[in-house]
Design a protein around this ligand. Structure first.
Ligand code: NAD
Length: 368
């Protein structure tokens, strides 16, 4: 059950339930923290087994967005939304337009974007009703598909790891075991191929496997379970969360774990376990923030060069986190959380002086 005690313990500001029986809309928006700016996070549509599950998901995901925006240096807060429903049956123009009106009623405190099972056409319907949405089509001044920028950020994170472990950022001749040849994985594979890395990859989807081979012709496919045992420099999880766990950690022979997947460590203590085994872990929610950085500039007028320059900063931030992890002898995941919390804390203390500026960074744009 959602209780104030729960909200206090996780630090949420606001959770809103929206319903419209005319189109079967059941949506929950969780605004976790707006210290740094309006809460930005995608909307996920999922046939949750229970409302409890939907609440659990939206609370957890929105909190994660606060940390991601904070560590990435963005003037954004953390929020997320879920729509309870089966994306194959329950999607309609009316549902998304109704949802868009509800977002508009939040007056800019929450900005939505795509997430699991939400596509560009759904975003277009939301955009008809509210300007507080990003990831809209390029013809409306949007930024299009975020995955290439997410992949670029993962690459920058990998390069920071290579500097720390091998003394230079070159991928030439390095061996990468890549799990998940989807939207991010295939763009990452293409960049690794161009940098002369040797890529072993796995996936469960035939079409994605074929596309990956086209974009990364030098790669070799391996079975799903084999990916953990490949002798390599870098293990790159780009499919599922929690793949660094008690069952896999002893099998990894890599020096680096760096990938796009969210929540790669099954438990926090797996971060320290990696450190003990001399495996460097690139903080997942920082190095996969390229997509968020990309959409965050839609309101100022998106352009590719600016997006790429922002994503490039992931290299330096990753190195700073490694420094902190060494200095304090804490795991990389603990250092990342600490750095994000420090930024939130410091800006919270000065917020009253800067509120006007923060607002002007996100003036919104007209909906269609
Ligand atoms: P995607 O759905 O396009 O690709 C995921 C791929 O993983 C698919 O090809 C799928 O078949 C494969 N897969 C699923 N289970 C697998 C298994 N057991 N073993 C091997 N492969 C498996 O997703 P994506 O957009 O490429 O995102 C990849 C990961 O990165 C996800 O965890 C996502 O949450 C995270 N992420 C993505 C973005 C983005 O911009 N797309 C941003 C931040 C984080």
């Amino acid at each position: 059950m959602l209780t104030f005690e729960k909200l206090y313990s996780m630090g949420h500001e606001e959770v809103v339930f929206f319903s419209d029986s005319s189109c079967n809309l059941k949506a929950i928006i969780a605004i976790h923290n707006t210290t740094l700016g309006p809460a930005l996070g995608g909307t996920r549509m999922w046939p949750y087994a229970s409302e409890e599950d939907a609440i659990y998901d939206v609370l957890r995901l929105s909190r994660g967005m606060t940390y991601k925006a904070a560590i990435s240096g963005l003037d954004l807060g953390g929020g997320k939304a879920v729509i309870i429903g089966d994306p194959k049956q329950d999607k309609s123009e009316a549902l998304f337009r109704s949802y868009g009106r509800f977002i508009e009623s939040l007056n800019g405190r929450y900005i939505t974007a795509e997430d699991v099972n939400i596509g560009v056409e759904d975003i277009e319907h939301i955009y008809t009703e509210t300007s507080n949405v990003c990831g809209v089509a390029k013809m409306h001044g949007g930024s299009g598909n975020p995955s290439p920028y997410t992949a670029l950020g993962v690459l920058r994170g990998m390069e920071a790891c290579l500097v720390k472990v091998y003394g230079d950022r070159s991928l030439d001749g390095k061996v990468v075991a890549l799990q998940g040849a989807g939207s991010v994985g295939r763009h990452l594979g293409e960049m690794l191929h161009k940098r002369n890395a040797k890529v072993y990859f796995t996936d469960i989807n035939e079409k994605n496997i074929e596309e990956f081979k086209t974009m990364c012709p030098s790669s070799e496919f391996v079975d799903v379970e084999q990916i953990y045992d490949i002798p390599c420099d870098i293990y790159a999880p780009c499919a599922l969360g929690a793949t660094v766990n008690d069952n896999t950690i002893g099998r990894l022979t890599c020096k680096i774990v760096a990938g796009a997947a969210n929540n790669q460590l099954q438990e926090d203590n797996h971060g320290m376990e990696l450190k003990k085994r001399d495996i460097l872990y690139a903080p997942d929610y920082l190095i996969n923030a390229g997509g968020l950085m990309n959409v965050s500039i839609e309101f100022e007028g998106w352009n590719d060069g600016k997006a790429r320059r922002m994503v490039d900063t992931i290299f330096d931030t990753t190195l700073k986190i490694f420094e902190m992890s060494d200095e304090k002898n804490i795991s990389v995941n603990q250092a990342t959380d600490l750095m994000a919390e420090k930024r939130l804390e410091s800006i919270r203390n000065i917020k009253s002086s800067y509120l006007g500026n923060v607002k002007h960074r996100f003036p919104g744009r007209k909906s269609r």
